[in-house]
Design a binder for this molecule. Structure first.
Ligand code: UGA
Length: 442
């Protein structure tokens, strides 16, 4: 079996490393953050991801995942290196490649001292052209070796989504391999054949620039589908009897459209869609290309918060000094991640309008507190969150919020009113109280 090293034990790197280690690979994980390393060595993931804690503790305790901050030893001991460091957004929307640059330099320095061939695989989302441009150049410079001859290089994007990361790695829809040369591509394919015990998922073998574009286009397309549903949600709001959930269900039954990612709501957040749509827009603009559909998708996404505010105001008649119970803070259910969370964006706007906020989330309260501090109250339970509130807003559709019904709202709230921003509820169940939802006509 191949021995592998994984550089960067963040979200993508750690879940991948834990899965590899549990499939029998010897994995050398390199993480520079001491705090994170300490937690991982204790078998505790630094973030919440269903199923990861047991995989990780098994991998650490049986010694198949070795965690360190030593590139030399990781590269010496492995045959393939996966680079999984972060590529955050800069304020202007461009992609900050500093972590990729320093990780790749370190890999290059380690390669210099290694005898024999080695395969370097980039998994971080990077702008088109980066693998064959910056990455190849840095590796060759630092290692004094020649790509395609003394080492191989691939871009191999990750399509996993938070909350379903393990499934995303173990049973992906596809594996995309962008190889600089035939040998690199064949080797990575061979590695995946081993990883999937011969039962390979559909594979697309191409060049690095196509693979880099596929990653951006994939995320942009999904974001565009959601914005499409949100665009229609506003039209539905104006039409008596209209319901965007039914309209999207109807179009999703067409197999050419498919029903995934047509859920209207507060819009898309998280660490990927916002960053990647801005990233590819910025990049294309530099080349003189205006990606209009992506620009419009971002615009619709931003406007969706204003639309939700309008619904809230109409429902209870002004927001100043009102106590609003917000259910859900994570950017989506199943995670404690609040990066670019629409719920938090909505709360910021509600605060600007003079509302008081009490919020609840099953997992993300601690992370939300780092952003919102004591500007809002935090409730330990749904009932506490609802107590004496003037309006309840469902902002993230955690399954536990399904239990909410008219009786519960009547029992705890000052005057029951519910705004469903994620289309979790059946409007018919709330007939006796003030109820509004994204994309629901009057
Ligand atoms: C996304 C992609 O789905 C993954 O394929 C990709 O690998 C990942 O980005 C990445 O680039 O690393 P993720 O950000 O974890 O994964 O979350 P999603 O499940 O895609 O949700 C993104 C946002 O869209 C969330 O805020 C969610 O609430 C929202 N969403 C999703 C909707 O508003 N409506 C929908 O129908 C679906």
């Amino acid at each position: 079996m191949f021995s592998v090293s994984v550089i960067g034990l963040g979200y993508v790197g750690l879940t991948f490393a834990a899965c590899l280690a549990n499939r029998g690979f010897r994995v050398y994980g390199v993480e520079s953050d001491e705090e994170k390393r300490k937690l991982i060595l204790e078998g505790r993931p630094p973030f919440y991801e269903p199923g990861l804690d047991s995989l990780l503790s098994k991998a650490i305790s049986c010694g198949s995942l070795i965690v360190m901050n030593d590139f030399q030893s990781a590269i010496q001991n492995s045959y393939i290196t996966f680079v999984c460091v972060g590529t955050p957004s800069r304020d202007d929307g461009s992609v900050d490649l500093s972590q990729v640059e320093s990780a790749v330099r370190e890999v290059g320095r380690a390669l210099k001292k290694k005898n024999g061939y080695h395969l370097v695989v980039l998994r971080s989302t990077i702008p088109p052209g980066t693998t064959e441009g910056l990455v190849k150049k840095l590796l060759e410079e630092e290692s004094s070796k020649i790509a395609e001859v003394e080492f191989g290089l691939c871009f191999n994007p990750e399509f996993l989504s938070e909350g379903k990361a393990i499934e995303g790695i173990m049973k992906p829809d596809k594996v995309v391999i962008g190889a600089v040369d035939e040998r690199s591509g064949k080797l990575l394919l061979e590695f995946y054949r081993e990883f999937y015990s011969g039962k390979l998922p559909p594979i697309l073998l191409t060049n690095p620039v196509n693979a880099e574009l596929i990653k951006y286009a994939n995320n942009a397309f999904l974001a565009m589908k959601i914005s499409f549903a949100n665009m229609f949600s506003r039209l539905c709001s104006k039409l008596k009897g209209a319901d965007v959930a039914v309209v999207m269900k109807g179009i999703g039954m067409d197999s050419r459209i498919c029903n995934a990612f047509l859920g209207a709501g507060l819009g898309w957040g998280g660490s990927c869609f916002p960053k990647d749509t801005r990233g590819i827009l910025f990049y294309a603009k530099k080349l003189g290309v205006d990606l209009k559909l992506i620009r419009a998708s971002i615009e619709i996404n931003e406007e969706q918060i204003e639309y939700a505010l309008e619904l809230a105001e109409n429902l209870i008649g002004g927001l100043r000094d009102k106590l609003i119970a917000v259910l859900g803070l994570a950017f989506k259910p199943g995670t404690d991640d609040v990066r670019e969370s629409r719920a938090i964006k909505l709360i910021e706007k509600l605060l600007e309008k003079g509302a008081r906020i009490r919020a609840h989330d099953p997992k993300a309260m601690e992370n939300a507190r780092r952003i919102l501090g004591d500007r809002i109250e935090y409730a330990g339970s749904i009932e506490e969150c609802l107590s004496d509130a003037d309006l309840c807003i469902l902002a993230t559709e955690w399954p536990e919020y399904r239990q909410i019904n008219s009786d519960l709202l009547k029992k705890y709230m000052k005057s029951p009113a519910l705004l469903d921003c994620r289309r979790l509820y059946d409007p018919n169940q709330f007939r006796g109280i003030r109820f509004a939802a994204i994309g629901l006509g009057p």
